[in-house]
Design a protein around this ligand. Structure first.
Ligand code: GP9
Ligand code: MN
Length: 708
């Protein structure tokens, strides 16, 4: 080391500051490229990734520049440097085990489920990890040997301020680029991966800290009396079950099929190709829709906001709304107490529960939220064979997704409550292999709309294959299969281009039409039933849980649910949108305009009587949304014991090695094992699954009909 000659600049305070900045930047980039899987896809995203550690590093290290004393300034700088290295390094180690980043809650030990790092941490270290620390040791030695000398001269305050300001400017630039590439990054907080990819570990940690603090403030102020108010609302709002239908699906498996971005207008829809030939978009789902074994609904609305898919899941599994801003699952899903469907069914009827989804487990914070909801198993991307050809940015395509799910599904003890989250019919509605291309494109001036029908058709075919398997394996007869659309696929801003495809014109398109477009399919298919049919009740996703529970014969009187059984005679004909707008059988109120629901005519000046009715509806809507917000923001379930449910110990769930866990449980159950594979004499049912590409089903597409 004696021979080492360092460049002179490191002997000035600013020079040393610069050296540390560069070193931290290099460490961050090394971690990005070798440790984390951030799904960087474009040049722009690489650019953002490369600059994102800079601003926060300069900002943090610049604190030391305000310290005048020689030693204290250098020590401050080194301490900050070491702490930032520690933060990065902890995330690296944590990621190796959990494929996720450390939240403030995890650090505080509140999320004990996912921490548990203590014992296993040692096993997660790699020999080359020393590279993340070796520089600190080297710096200390260099100081000791006077290879780097400390600069007597303090940095002028104005200079320090300029550097801090510079870091803020860089950060603003970074944020701007991030927002351009991924709009609503901060308001919707899709996943921690996204925040790190766009803003870096430091900014993510601060952002998470602020959110955690805000949530904890509201939570701290909440009290048991708040829950009493909510319980009063819920009991006044309760709709008693229809006696003829209560319990008709008792003891059956529940299989939810999440129809990504599927709107009700696709039901029975036929798309004309350029030759005027009609193509039915969802022939299989349509056949279910018209089946007497299906309770179908044609005035059923999604009620999501910024949390999109995750809001739909929140509504369906909890009968709670999402938050007015951002996503409940990411903000509170891993923190709050819930009394969700899987937990209720487990405790009241011995159900096992599982979610299947071919995307990263952290997306929408599912890996944490599902534990709090009581899901026993979560089969995410790592359980599937996902490659470039069978997937796109949101994960595995639907046909291989359903097919590959079977080897896990057949292991679940029955009865089970399961959810299959399909995803191919997701914006931008375009990614298909040539083998799946063929369904015609629509002919509008909007690419997004044009591809939507083909991806919906693909989803339909995937669902049909899955149904065929359910029938072949015998699961079908023992199950109630619920299909629902999670939210719109075509956003309001594109609806004018859609107008002509749904029998309207661009010019006449209005708020009423936009509200109508928020209808999504909701089909409860109960094999063997004859009393189904198309029900015209007005309802939304918040109503799904009590509806299903009553069909399963579970009394919901003492549960805190914001919705009402859609099959109950007491059901209010009212659907609240998350922003306070609404649709009832009589009125549609959307973006400040009022319409007569039946005719679609605008009510420009309401009569006194109409105004009174509308005001009453508005009040009901806000009472429902308020009650939901109170529960969520105040984490009020922790005060609620009248449901008779035992507290859920979510620390018992571990979504790794599910197959081993299932096999262990099966061995323990012995002859009492109720899984499909056990019923099949230990033989897998995987080969009962038949899957075919569009081309295999329909032959070569004509030249004009390709999806690409
Ligand atoms: C991703 C998927 C998409 O895992 O569920 O969510 P969305 O973008 O529709 O909210
Ligand atoms: Mn979605």
């Amino acid at each position: 080391m004696n021979k080492i000659k360092l460049p002179k600049f490191v002997n000035s305070r600013l020079g040393f500051f610069g050296l540390l900045t560069i070193l931290l930047w290099v460490k961050n980039i090394a971690a990005y490229l070798t440790e984390f899987k951030l799904g960087v896809e474009s040049f722009q995203q690489y650019l953002i990734l490369f600059i994102n550690p800079i601003a926060t590093t300069i900002f943090m290290l610049s604190i030391a520049l305000y310290v005048k004393g020689k030693k204290s300034s250098y020590i401050t700088m080194l301490v900050i440097y070491s702490l930032m290295t520690l933060l990065l390094f902890s995330n690296i180690v944590y990621y190796r085990e959990f494929t996720d980043f450390i939240t403030i809650n995890t650090m505080l030990g509140a999320g004990q489920v996912s921490s548990g790092l203590g014992e296993t941490a040692i096993k997660l270290f790699r020999p080359y990890d020393i590279l993340y620390w070796i520089d600190i040791i080297a710096l200390v030695v260099l100081f000791a040997r006077k290879k780097i000398t400390m600069d007597e001269r303090p940095v002028r305050a104005r200079m320090a301020l300029a550097i801090t300001t510079l870091s803020i400017m860089i950060f603003s630039g970074n944020l701007f680029m991030a927002e351009v590439d991924r709009p609503e990054l901060l308001t919707r907080t899709f996943s921690r991966d996204y925040l790190v990819k766009y803003l870096g570990i430091n900014a993510f940690t601060v952002y998470d800290g602020v959110q955690t603090y805000q949530a904890s403030q509201v939570r701290a102020e909440a009290s048991p009396t708040d829950m009493d108010d909510v319980a009063k609302y819920v009991s006044n709002h309760y709709a008693a079950p229809n006696d003829d239908l209560f319990g008709i699906a008792k003891g059956k498996n529940v299989i939810y099929i999440h129809l990504e971005s599927t709107q009700q207008f696709l039901i029975d829809y036929k798309l004309k190709d350029e030759n005027g030939v009609e193509h039915e978009v969802m022939p299989f789902i349509n056949s279910l829709y018209h089946d007497k074994q299906t309770f179908a609904f044609d005035n059923f609305y999604h009620q999501v906001k910024g949390g999109k898919t995750s809001d739909a899941e929140t509504l369906m599994d909890n009968s709670l709304f999402g938050l007015n801003q951002g996503a409940l699952m990411t903000q509170l899903g891993g923190k709050n107490t819930f009394q969700s469907a899987p937990n209720i069914l487990e405790q009241t009827a011995g159900y096992t529960s599982a979610v299947f989804h071919g995307n990263d487990s952290t997306f929408w914070n599912r890996n944490e939220t599902y534990k709090h909801w009581g899901y026993d198993y979560f089969f995410s991307k790592e359980y599937y064979d996902v490659n470039e050809d069978n997937s796109f940015q949101y994960g595995l395509h639907d046909k291989p997704f359903f097919q590959q799910s079977v080897k896990y599904l057949e292991q679940l003890p029955q009865p089970f409550y399961s959810k299959f989250i399909a995803v191919s019919n997701h914006f931008p509605y375009s990614e298909f292999t040539d083998d799946e291309a063929g369904f015609p494109m629509a002919q509008t001036d909007d690419e997004t709309i044009n591809g939507y029908f083909a991806t919906a058709n693909y989803l339909d075919a995937a669902v049909e294959e899955f149904f065929n398997y359910l029938k072949a394996s015998g699961l079908y007869d023992n199950s109630v299969i619920v299909l629902y659309g999670d939210h719109f696929g075509i956003s309001e801003s594109r609806n004018e281009s859609l107008a002509e495809l749904v029998g309207k014109t661009k010019e006449d398109w209005n708020s009423y039409d936009n509200a109508q477009m928020q209808k999504v399919p909701y089909l409860i298919h109960i094999p063997g039933q004859e009393n189904g049919g198309i029900n015209h009740t007005y309802g939304g996703q918040v109503d799904a849980l009590p509806t299903l529970m009553h069909l399963l014969g579970v009394d919901t009187k003492n549960y805190i649910m914001m919705g009402q059984d859609l099959l109950s005679a007491d059901h209010d004909q009212l659907v609240a949108f998350r922003n306070g707008d609404f649709v009832s059988d009589k009125y549609t109120y959307h973006k400040g305009s009022l319409y007569d629901t039946a005719s679609g005519n605008e009510i420009v000046t309401a009569t006194a009587q109409q105004q009174k009715e509308v005001d009453a509806l508005k009040e009901k809507v806000s009472a429902q949304l308020d009650a939901s917000d109170q529960v969520n923001n105040g984490d009020l379930f922790r005060f609620y014991d009248k449901s008779g449910l035992k507290d859920l110990d979510y620390t018992k769930f571990n979504y790794k090695d599910a197959l081993e866990q299932l096999k262990e449980a099966a061995a323990k159950a012995g002859n009492d094992n109720t899984s499909v594979i056990a019923e099949n004499g230990g033989q897998s049912t995987e080969d009962l699954y038949v899957t075919k590409t569009y081309k295999e089903l329909h032959g070569e597409p004509s030249a004009s009909d390709t999806t690409k």
